[in-house]
Design a protein. Structure first.
Length: 202
């Protein structure tokens, strides 16, 4: 249909490679994703560096602001099982290689709910007129979140990742689809997989 963006199903190899409980935290959680986007690599690269697009694509994100040339601060409301909290994430980009990818490191604090920190390697490769976005992330989670267990956290992260990639794909292909007025009621998110962003995601 004219005017609509086709979002093709993505190959998702997301799974927790291993999770081991250490003290009061869940350490060494790994996630790997690949997603096909109906846009050029240059378009996707631009979208990955656009805070308005990232904010719109992350469920529960109420603000995202640049704090430096390659650093950001984000406010994200996360809910996993019975635990809900507003996290503040400090995010930094490194190993920047336009338009091929970069490395994300992030750390989030959610008060009594706990913390999440980790990093992800994001890469883009061309496939005809489309782009394959791949990321490999590791995260550590502590506090009440860690008490929920790896299986529940992993499930929430996979759900959030799927939601993020579908929305991000639409916005990367058509940035004008971002609503002019984004003052919509705050939604709850699972653990942001955008970096499992701390990981992308809590």
């Amino acid at each position: 249909m004219a005017g609509q963006t086709e979002v093709k199903p993505h190959r998702c190899c997301a799974q927790t490679s291993y999770a081991r409980i250490v003290g009061k935290g869940i350490n060494d959680m790994e996630m790997n994703f690949e997603h096909r986007i109906a846009a050029s690599r240059e378009q996707v690269w631009t979208a990955l560096n656009d805070t308005d697009i990232l904010k719109a694509a992350i469920t529960g994100c109420s603000s995202m602001e640049a704090t430096g040339e390659n650093s950001f601060k984000a406010q994200i409301t996360a809910k996993v099982g019975p635990v809900k909290a507003k996290f503040t994430f400090d995010i930094a980009l490194s190993d920047i290689d336009p338009p091929n990818g970069y490395t994300i490191t992030a750390e989030g604090q959610g008060g009594a709910a706990g913390f999440a920190k980790g990093g992800a390697t994001v890469s883009l490769r061309e496939d005809g007129a489309e782009t394959i976005l791949a990321y490999s992330a590791k995260a550590n989670v502590g506090g009440k979140l860690a008490q929920l267990g790896a299986r529940l956290i992993d499930g929430a992260a996979q759900k959030m990742a799927n939601e993020f990639f579908v929305k991000f794909s639409e916005l990367a292909a058509d940035p004008s689809s971002i609503a002019v007025d984004q003052s919509v009621p705050e939604k709850e998110s699972g653990i942001p997989a955008w970096a499992w962003l701390v990981g992308l995601l809590a």
